[in-house]
Design a protein. Sequence first.
Length: 395
Amino acid sequence: MKLVLASIFCFQLTFAFAQKHSITPISKRITKLPFTMLTGGTIIIKAQLDSFEDTLNFVLDTGSGGISLDSVTTDYLQLPRVKTDRSIRGIAGMRTVDFVYKRSLKLVGLTVDSLDFHINNYDILTSAYGVKIDGVIGYSFFRRFIVKMNYDDYTIEIYKPGTIKYPAGGYMLHPDFNMLPVVAATIIDNTTSKENFIFDTGAGLNMLLSDEYVSDSSIINKKRKQFSTQAEGLGGKKMMNATVIKKVALGPYKFRWVPVYIFKDEFNVTSYPKMGGVIGNDILRRFNLIINYPDKKIHIKPNSHFFDDFDYSYTGLGLYQIDGLIRIEDVVVGSPADKAGFKPDDIIFSVDNNFTLNMQVYKQLMQNAGSAVKIIVKRGDEFVTLNLDIQHLMH
């Protein structure tokens, strides 16, 4: 946040003369492995690096133009860094990165050699998810394989490039590939707009729209309320607005009243007007996917999550897990969290009598839009009980 055309040439003897044919081999499955999915749809797979025994957590991300390692993980494994003048950019910043070269990534049943990892600091993502993020797997991996992502049983199948049989039904997308897959989608709200968007399995949201696209297209009803919030991405935290749009169409498939984020694209991540933003995995997880970078195709087929409710909750809380404690770092002024009396540095002790101190569990408990939850926080040496009314984005 990605393609090698494989073909075999052979000679075939037919009717006593030789002809040269271009034959695409049949794709063969290499391996099948499980994945876990965090709130918002972010996918985590387990892998090992080189001969190290530690199992690492990687985000599987079509929105990444390479492959990367967390800086803390790099230092822990004592990997030699090579300084470069190459830079990466994200929604919250741009930075020059070091590399570790010619490394192997080991998945269940598959070793991928000769990978060049750029180094990035994923502390903020680790804190926001409550799960250690050791790296991001993007274009450098996807370009070598055909990847089937099944959200019904939470498995990934990896195939060699070649001819593959797609399932009956579904719809074939033909993305514009320039390291990142870019697909067309239609948004209907104040007006109707067909625009290109990054197809981003690493984004834990439905859609992220650049404010330039929103302004130029006049796509969003001006009377609709927008809520100030914060998200995490490459470069750190980023303030943006949350709202809903009436309809989103991806191919023949339509979703109504979709929560979206609007952000100021200061680092030109979307290259507007080339693209209007990002389609994230909270929409994409509603399909089983066949991502075929070598053939420049993505097949989508609705799965059992297609009709799942969207998350319309808004709290204004910025939760981060630091040193094992779930701490409040940010409270948006005027938000439900602000009105409930939350303060930065409060430590969450329980949510609705759940004392697991599990970030993913607590986030899920706070996704019940229109309801209220009782949260106990530790503030200094005192325990304080606060009642949080969770705002509904459509109200």
